[in-house]
Design a protein around this ligand. Structure first.
Ligand code: BEZ
Length: 241
């Protein structure tokens, strides 16, 4: 097998939930970053997009930039990446600010860093290059990395599908709520909805829960019990509001 053939079949392990976020140093539109060390103590959404000056990406960047403050209030920084060069990034972000109005959002300045990754070093490390989709463009990946630098959620979208930003924000708040209150969040959970308490770990607790007359915990069955968690309590804890 030649060197080229060996490189072609080289398998790079994709990071998984629970792994430490792979380290990299990179040039960005906001200067150099040392990742994830520069973000210690903060949540980060590291996301990739296929290419600068493309329509779906432009709609996403405007939306991310528009919501940056909202993410900041949840102690979360945004970091973007594409397999394009720094000058292309700068030109594209200038065009977005100067020329594009999208859904009423205009004059939008992208203040978060956008990583230059022409060599695809970072994109490959994070499994953002998925050859079945494209071997030259990153897919739309979203990595949620917690304040200790651990990957907590990964979402991938194909090139043609713009991300849902309500969902991106909901995931962040749900992760933080699960950590702060030691609960899980059910389908479509939003702040103010019931949360799931840890499952009964013994027959005794299962029986107790099923027989309890307490208003606090509601059991659909012994393994599926929820409790109320006030929206205000969630927002106060997560958003410090
Ligand atoms: C876009 O962002 O519009 C896009 C990028 C790559 C392939 C297809 C669409």
């Amino acid at each position: 097998m030649t060197m080229e053939e060996k490189q072609e079949v080289q398998v790079i392990p994709m990071p998984r939930i629970g792994d430490k976020a792979p380290h990299f140093k990179a040039v960005t539109t906001q200067g150099e970053i040392n990742f994830p060390e520069d973000y210690s103590g903060k949540w980060v959404i590291l996301f990739s997009h296929p290419a600068d000056f493309t329509p779906v990406c432009t709609s996403e960047f405007i939306t991310f930039a528009h919501m940056e403050q909202q993410f900041e209030e949840a102690n979360c920084k945004l970091v973007g990446l594409s397999v394009d060069g720094l000058y292309s990034h700068i030109a594209w972000l200038r065009t977005i600010k100067e020329k594009i109005e999208y859904k009423g959002m205009k004059n939008v300045e992208v203040k978060f860093p956008l990583i230059e990754d022409i060599t695809m070093e970072v994109a490959k490390k994070y499994g953002m290059i998925q050859p079945g989709e494209s071997s030259t463009k990153a897919v739309r990946a979203v990595f949620y990395i917690d304040p200790k630098g651990v990957i907590r959620t990964i979402i991938y979208y194909p090139l043609s599908l713009g991300r849902n930003f309500d969902e991106l924000y909901r995931v962040l708040i749900a992760l933080q709520t699960a950590d702060a209150f030691s609960v899980a969040t059910p389908a479509d959970w939003r702040p103010g909805d019931e949360v799931i308490v840890p499952p009964a770990g013994s027959c005794g607790v299962a029986k107790e829960r099923m027989e309890s007359k307490s208003e606090d915990i509601k059991c659909y069955d012994w393994f599926f019990c929820t409790k109320k968690l006030d929206k205000e309590k969630v927002l106060k804890t997560v958003l410090k509001k």
